[in-house]
Design a protein around this ligand. Sequence first.
Ligand code: GRF
Length: 201
Amino acid sequence: MHSLGILLSGRGSNFVAIADSVDAGRIPGARISVVISNKADAPGIATARQRGLHALVIPSKGKAREEHDREVVTALKHHKVDLVCLAGYMRLLSPWFVQQFPQRILNIHPSLLPAFPGLEAQEQAFAYGVKVSGCTVHFVDEELDHGAIIVQKAVPVLDSDDEHTLAARILEQEHVAYTDAINVVLARGFTVIGRRLVTAR
Ligand code: GRF
């Protein structure tokens, strides 16, 4: 059984999409062992509780990065997590954290990386005037929004869009992309050559 750990800081719609996929059997052999938020008021953590999942708040405020990371990793290991999914987790992981789960930490970002890393990626893309944007699920490394790409989904930018309608269509694709990426990683049939993830046939 694969044991997923979800880290979030806010709304939690990507977490819910993953949980729905697990419940529907779209991520075979996986269960969500723990959901952790660094913010007590994250709506996603309330949702996790309502769904009957182990839900923990490990506050980050006022703590050094590595001190907080050590508490989170301890909780993940306690729950025997073997795949960590960042789902709107608004913290950069320390190199130490990343090293605890080699090629086993995923993040989702609402742009086609390497375009528009960082905050408000959909607004950045909209303001830049791109005609295509989308989302990226990638491995987490020591740099922000940077590790090898697992799955990307493209979303056209329409003349009728504003940043909100664009973000909403990207979010729909995020919810599909995260499940796809988890399945790629759990199947283990891939290699990473340089930055290129290639799936064995
Ligand atoms: C998503 O847009 C995700 O790509 C980004 O943060 C947002 C989280 O949304 N990393 P939610 O909390 O999953 O609804």
